[in-house]
Design a binder for this molecule. Structure first.
Ligand SMILES: C[S@@+](CC[C@H](N)C(=O)[O-])C[C@H]1O[C@@H](n2cnc3c(N)ncnc32)[C@H](O)[C@@H]1O
Length: 383
């Protein structure tokens, strides 16, 4: 393959010129040669006669060295975009990996470097199938607005070439490994956050302990269940879950829920509006507004544990959900709420008024800063 042989002091500026001219071969390495000079790989578009600023450098034939995927994406990015760009210009560098997806937050400043982001991240993450830009959350279900920007088939495809592809190649449905499970989901259709993995471990611990205390399986109600990440690990524990209610208003959650919860796998998905179905004995499934579930008489007073995970509205909706719990005897509520930092201290009092229990029965853990003023707090009410 043709390489341009340059003195090392001229390497970066020559790479910049070649990149601008569209002659840099980006899939192969820039590397030192035996004579101490640097070899820059040229692509097929490079003319045999180079313009005057490059004409003094000899073009030589040498074996190309493919980019090594074990290198860091940052090193590769710098090779593609130039020294100092990553450090001085790029605002959001990080990405999230969900199964075989790589999700990069959109930032206008980064737009002109998207080709370098795509190549550096896709080449150094060979298991990633699809790379997407995240334009933020949208709609009542707070689902991410994701734009596919590169896909790996038998080769890497991006830019204008994406337009002619069959849509199934750009489908972001993926299997996300979590705590020994694989959760199937499409993050552009349903809510899912892998950052809450630790919360789900805590829920499993809490409810396992609760079941031990009661000496029997517990009846668990998750009215904002999403694709079932909180329930799937509970179902793996022997004799932990008795009856179960899983519900989510977003109909796109249901096919994934039926895949992720083992007892529902392969069962028929058929939902009357504003009601629950019982596709298998003791498991109730719904696609309705959670606050309407207590209007179904049979559901009131039957649940030992209630999960309340709609953090922007948890405190407002909690009173409407309380009739679902057993009226007497032990119960647990595991909830998450987003509240101003200044109000965290009052949260136990507030909850004790809503649930009508002692403050000592409430545990509050501040989980993380949600935005400039608000915190995400997890709470457990134990009675
Ligand atoms: C923060 S997510 C939690 C999902 C899941 N529990 C998890 O841990 O990933 C909240 C879920 O509530 C659903 N949702 C929003 N409003 C609802 C309502 N009024 N009734 C039932 N589900 C609702 C959303 O579709 C979303 O899946």
């Amino acid at each position: 393959m043709r390489h341009l042989s340059v003195p090392s002091s001229m390497t970066q500026q020559t790479i910049d010129i070649l990149r601008e001219s569209g002659w840099l071969h980006t899939e192969h390495r820039v590397r030192p040669y035996d004579d101490g000079r640097i070899l820059i790989p040229l692509n097929d578009n490079t003319p045999s006669e180079l313009p005057s600023d490059l004409a003094n450098f000899p073009i030589i034939d040498a074996n190309p060295i493919p980019w090594n995927s074990r290198e860091s994406w940052q090193a590769r990015f710098t090779e593609l975009a130039g020294e100092g760009v990553l450090e001085n210009i790029i605002v959001s560098k990080t990405h999230e990996i969900l199964g075989d997806l790589l999700i990069q937050r959109h930032d206008e400043v980064n737009d002109q470097y998207l080709p370098a982001f795509i190549q550096s991240k896709m080449e150094t993450h060979p298991r990633i199938r699809l790379m997407l830009l995240d334009h933020g959350v949208k709609g009542e279900f707070r689902i991410r607005d994701l734009q596919p920007i590169a896909v790996r088939t038998n080769r890497l495809i991006w830019g204008e070439e994406l337009e002619g592809l069959e849509s199934n190649l750009l489908d972001p449905t993926t299997d996300v490994p979590e705590n020994g499970l694989r959760l199937r989901l499409n993050p552009s259709r349903v809510y899912f956050s892998s950052k809450l993995q630790y919360e789900r471990q805590n829920t499993t611990k809490e409810l396992t302990q609760f079941s031990v205390e009661l000496g029997r399986p517990i009846n668990i109600c998750d009215p904002f269940c999403g694709v079932g990440p909180a329930i799937a690990p509970l179902l793996r524990r022997e004799s932990l879950v008795g009856d179960l209610l899983v519900n989510d208003l977003n109909p796109d959650c249901l096919p994934f829920l039926f895949h992720n919860l083992k007892p529902l796998r392969g069962l028929e998905l058929n939902f009357p509006q504003d009601n629950l179905v019982e596709p298998t004995s003791g498991i109730f499934v719904g696609c309705m507004d959670a606050t309407q579930i207590p209007s179904i008489k049979d559901q009131c007073g039957r649940w030992d544990a209630l999960l309340v995970n709609l953090p922007h509205q948890t405190l407002r909706l909690l009173p409407a959900l309380l009739p679902l719990l057993r009226p007497e005897g032990p119960m647990r509520i595991c909830g998450w709420t987003i509240i101003p930092e200044s109000e965290v201290i009052e949260l136990p009092d507030k909850l004790s008024r809503i649930v009508d229990c002692n403050v000592e029965d409430i545990e509050v853990r501040v989980r993380k800063q949600f935005n400039a003023t608000d915190m995400l707090a997890a709470f457990i009410v134990r009675r």
